[in-house]
Design a protein around this ligand. Structure first.
Ligand SMILES: Cc1ncc(COP(=O)(O)O)c(C=O)c1O
Length: 517
């Protein structure tokens, strides 16, 4: 039989002493029986590209590759003569008789082999909303009209002028290209103006403002840009889950401190920073707070800035609810404290004040270096927000102050309905002066010894109301529930009635009115 060339080495292949594996079994430098069988029965094909170490199997001895576009075929790269002399076996999966070969089928064959995620996925804390979401889906499929107060997903429309601008800008082909990852100039200028008008903060739009694909994207990527294995971030608890997940995904560790809004809270943080080695790198704050709706007053951030400067830690302030407020309360911006820009960044969003959650547009503002790090990561990962959305965002920022006032009024009146209703049925609640949430303590008698996750499941099952269990925001949230003000007043009243009837072990009365969102 004619001698054949092996392993893509072509004319210049080094001299080998081994015999041709077509006619004889290849001499294995591995203990793989598998490749031996293949050597007997199959033609070898030269491989053009360089050998790679397979990321899944972590070996260069015997590597299945996605060699063809045909889903039922794999190629098996083997190294009978060592790493310098790869040879490739190409075969359809259906021909793989050897049991050991089944290991390599992976997903292309529909086998039940699990492909493991990266370690960073494995270190995420359990997703405690998972069971609730699954039950909600099942109940809806069964025809239940779940009153969904679980997620802070605004249900009211974005201002009409913004929608019109979006449609107009979407018609313009120039906006169909990739945009700037940092956000277009006009948009960043508008944010600088907003900061000046609302919080008396001066920002250089070029270096101190950055647009994000929603503030959550910016927040997560800033954590990735700043933290890594061995680093720690302080996150007050209960916490908006992404504040923990982003730190975990960056490979760093979370130190939880009980949430507070007073001197004692800041003292606790100082104590953690002073006694921990290596000291934490980042402090994550969020006022007005999700899920508790806790707020702070003017002056709160001054000792925070002092502390961060003294101890050399950076601060991220999530100011998502900075404009969602009522009763004359105006949340202070972290950046309004002198020196804040030296050590921290603040995130704001268009999701809540302008009902533009689906548009995905938010901002980071403050410390130049931190924003540079974020821009670096974003520069690699994204091409910016759809430009038509950015243009619509400029219109919102310029012309929709009245819409924010109107939206806040909606939340205020829903808040009153919920708080008064809860008080009537004996739940402990304080009227929040900001956010779109009511945080309420469930009476022990209603819980009946259960945790809030199980209780939330019961409410969904029997009262057809979805509300978020406090435990899903951390251990300190146990015993509380978070109610999102995202349905109209009639539906909110219905929700309270359902909860009350469930507490009395009575079946709920189905509402006649259709859901209005
Ligand atoms: C505290 C907090 N930060 C950030 C976000 C996410 O905002 P965005 O839509 O801008 O990503 C939310 C949304 O619920 C939130 O509650």
């Amino acid at each position: 039989m004619k001698k054949r060339t092996l392993g893509g080495l072509g004319k210049n292949e080094p001299k080998r002493t081994q015999t041709n594996p077509i006619s004889e079994k290849p001499k294995m430098n591995t203990n793989s029986e598998l490749t031996k069988d293949y050597g007997k029965n199959h033609a070898f094909r030269p491989r053009q590209n360089k050998p790679k170490t397979n990321p899944i199997f972590g070996t260069n001895e015997c590597i299945p590759l996605c060699y063809t576009a045909e889903p039922d075929k794999i190629a098996l790269q083997i190294y009978p003569f060592g790493i310098d002399c790869p040879i490739v076996l190409k075969e359809t999966l259906s021909d793989l008789r050897d049991e050991k070969m089944a290991e390599f089928k992976m997903d292309t064959s529909g086998s039940d082999r699990r492909i493991e995620p990266a370690q960073r996925i494995k270190r995420l804390p359990p997703y405690l909303f998972g069971r609730l979401n699954a039950l909600k889906l099942t109940k809806r499929q069964q025809g239940a009209d779940i009153i969904d107060l679980g997620m802070g997903n605004p249900s009211d429309r974005a201002p009409q002028i913004v929608i019109d601008k979006l449609c107009e800008a979407a018609q313009d082909g120039r906006n169909h290209r990739y945009s700037s990852s940092k956000g277009i100039k006009g948009l960043r200028k508008e944010i600088a103006k907003k900061y000046e008008a609302n919080w008396d903060v001066q920002l250089d739009w070029e270096t101190e403002v950055l647009a994000c694909i929603g503030s959550k994207e910016g927040f997560s990527h800033l954590c990735l840009a700043m933290l890594g294995p061995g680093d720690t971030a302080i996150v007050p608890e209960p916490a908006f889950p992404i504040h923990n997940y982003s730190v975990a995904l960056a490979g760093a560790n979370v130190i939880s401190v009980p949430l507070g809004c007073d001197e004692k809270f800041i003292d606790n943080i100082a104590m953690v920073c002073e006694n921990l080695y290596p000291k934490p790198k980042l402090l994550i704050l969020n006022f007005p707070h999700n899920p508790t709706a806790m707020t702070v007053d003017e002056g709160f951030f001054e000792p925070v800035v002092d502390l961060a400067k003294r101890l050399g830690i950076a601060v991220i302030h999530d100011f998502a609810y900075g404009e969602t407020c009522f009763d004359g309360y105006k949340p202070p911006s972290f950046l309004s404290v002198k020196g804040a820009k030296d050590i921290g960044v603040e995130f704001i969003t268009m999701s809540k004040p302008y009902n533009m959650a689906g548009f995905r547009i938010g901002f980071a503002a403050g410390n130049k270096d931190m924003l540079d790090h974020l821009a670096t990561i974003k520069g690699y990962y994204d091409y910016g927000i759809f430009q038509a959305v950015q243009i619509a965002g400029i219109i919102a920022l310029r012309s929709c102050d009245d819409d924010i006032i109107a939206q806040n009024e909606r939340y205020r009146s829903r808040r009153d309905v919920v708080c008064e209703g809860l008080k009537r049925i004996g739940w402990e609640v304080e009227k929040p002066r900001a956010t779109m949430f009511v945080w309420t303590k469930v009476p022990e008698a209603s819980l009946g010894g259960k945790g809030t996750i199980d209780y939330a499941m019961d409410l969904m099952e029997h009262a057809e109301v979805a509300i978020a269990p406090g435990r899903a925001f951390g251990e300190n949230g146990e015993g509380y529930m978070r109610i999102a003000l995202v349905e109209n007043e009639q539906r909110l009243r219905q929700a309270i009635r359902n909860i009350s009837r469930f507490a009395q072990q009575k079946p709920i009365r189905k509402a006649k009115a259709k859901r209005q969102i």
